[in-house]
Design a protein around this ligand. Structure first.
Ligand code: BES
Ligand code: MN
Ligand code: ZN
Length: 481
């Protein structure tokens, strides 16, 4: 899908050749003298159109526009939130197999945040999963024009939003694929495909190399599955080699049944999304290839299944992590932290400016923050603040959580240096405290995306989060250099 920003208002919108026109009409709309403006003005006056977000008036071949289908969409205050609601409703209304070229036009000067919201909403509303359908009904929409009279002012935001969408859709695609179509090996192949893009390289380690590195915690999770583990190392080199990189680490559990501490059957299928952190790292690299910022970024993905066979790790087993710390695995379902801790230790070799791990880590985070904000943990305020701000700008929200040492009390055990679980209370925080033990050598942050990476229920599917947040954070890093 190709996006283009056009410096047009209502006059331009009426003559643009397209299959469908979505006109975003804010509450404070002021009608001009042109035909389309007058039409909108009349519709508002007669109350046939309301400017509230989500309210639509659909027209077929109106004389005032070249498009076959025109939807006047109430855009409320013109805020990002209202524009998102308007675009989602309008795209659903014009979606059809014949929809190839769509024009979404702001009837009043567009706010930057609203432009970003519009781009993301068109992508979201037109996404179609097809990978495992025998008769795929894919996205027919191939060209999206966004019209705004103040286009030049919002061009940078627009470009960033478009690049973010490309990355977020890659993340969504891989997260949505069932576990038998997204094995560690297939994830590694997807990463290797990314290395065909400029400035990106990829290295994939298998069981032998990982054993040699001493990643005993990662191996303990992988040993219960017949699928061989993969440790993926991606590099984006946008700056001089001498410049220290930011490292992103993505949890890549391609299926999490819980291991011997097995999960209940209902909704267990959703654990195919347990590699959403990994998928978001892949997506970020896709976005970086489009935006080409002058920074260096390393992506690390420990990928394996958390399953049960005769070799599976058992509750009470003690393993030695790459850091040398021994871990008592009291609950095999707390596997994310086990694969991440070895990846965090591996990150030390890059002498990074910061390490950010991204993981569908705890059900407790879903209880704490729901599906609106991801959990953000940071060992330094500067990093925490930068990630929080990036989330606000990208409309990919997160919320800072605490890291007081008292939260680590429950991880104490008499049988190893640390246990992998610390009781139910504050579960997302004890998980973060576990990870923090492996991050002494660099500024570190952790995003728990268990609630935000996918939606359950009728609209079940991956969201592509937090690609937007991460891309925005990295772009801000590039600007600060
Ligand atoms: N992948 C899950 C976390 C999860 C659960 C994400 C539900 C989204 C929805 C993780 O591996 C896990 O199982 N965590 C356990 C930890 C517990 C055993 C301390 C959990 O949250 O129950
Ligand atoms: Mn688990
Ligand atoms: Zn998991």
């Amino acid at each position: 899908m190709n996006f283009e920003l056009k410096p047009i208002g209502l006059v331009g919108a009426s003559t643009e050749k397209c299959d469908a026109l979505v006109l975003l009409v804010p509450q404070d709309f002021k009608a001009g003298k042109d035909d389309l403006s007058e039409l909108v003005g009349q519709a508002l006056k007669s109350a046939d159109l309301e400017a509230k977000p989500g309210k639509l008036l659909s027209l077929y071949k109106p004389a005032q526009a070249h498009a076959t289908r025109v939807v006047l969409a109430g855009a409320g205050s013109g805020s990002a939130r209202d524009v998102r609601a308007a675009v989602v409703a309008a795209v659903a209304a014009v979606k059809s197999p014949s929809l190839k070229k769509l024009l979404v036009c702001f009837a009043a000067p567009a706010q930057e945040a609203a432009v970003r919201a519009a781009v993301m909403a068109v992508a979201d509303a037109s996404y179609a999963y097809t990978h495992t359908k025998s008769k795929p009904e894919g996205r027919t929409l191939s060209k999206v024009l966004v019209g705004a009279s103040n286009a030049t002012e919002v061009q940078t935001t627009f470009d960033r939003a478009v690049a973010t969408v490309v990355g977020a859709e890659m993340a969504k695609e891989w997260a949505n694929r069932p576990a038998n179509h997204a094995t560690p090996t297939l994830l590694a192949q997807a990463a290797q495909e990314l290395a065909k893009l400029s400035k990106i390289s990829c290295e994939v380690l298998g069981p032998k190399e990982v054993a040699k590195l001493g990643m005993g915690a990662f191996m303990a999770v992988a040993q219960g599955s017949d699928q061989p583990l993969r440790f993926i190392v991606l590099k984006y080199s946008g700056a001089a080699k001498s410049q220290a990189p930011t490292v992103l680490v993505g949890k890549g559990i391609t299926f999490d049944c819980g291991g011997i501490s097995i999960k209940p059957a209902p909704e267990m299928d959703e654990m195919k999304f347990d590699m959403s952190g990994a998928a978001s790292v892949l997506g970020v690299f896709r976005s970086l290839a489009a935006l080409k910022p002058a920074i260096n970024v390393v992506g690390l993905i420990p990928a394996c299944e958390n399953l049960i066979n005769g070799q599976a790790v058992k509750p009470g087993d003690v393993v030695t992590s790459m850091s040398g710390q021994t871990i008592e695995i009291l609950n095999t379902d707390a596997e994310g932290r086990l694969v991440l801790c070895d990846a965090l230790t591996y990150a030390e070799r890059f002498k990074p400016t910061a390490v950010v791990d991204v993981a569908t880590l705890t059900g407790a985070c879903v209880i704490a923050l729901g599906g609106v904000r991801s959990g953000l943990f940071a060992s330094q305020d500067a990093l925490g603040n930068a990630l929080f701000a990036a989330g606000e700008t990208a409309q990919d929200l997160c919320w800072r959580m605490p890291l007081d040492d008292d939260y680590a009390e429950g991880l104490k055990t008499g049988f190893a240096d640390v246990a992998n679980v610390g009781g139910r209370a504050g579960g997302s925080i004890t998980a973060a405290k576990f990870l923090q033990r492996f991050t002494e050598k660099f500024p570190w942050a952790h995003l728990d995306i268990a609630g935000t990476a996918w939606k359950s229920g009728a609209a079940k599917g991956a969201t592509g989060r937090p690609v937007g947040l991460l891309v925005e954070y990295l772009m801000a890093q590039a600007q600060n250099k």
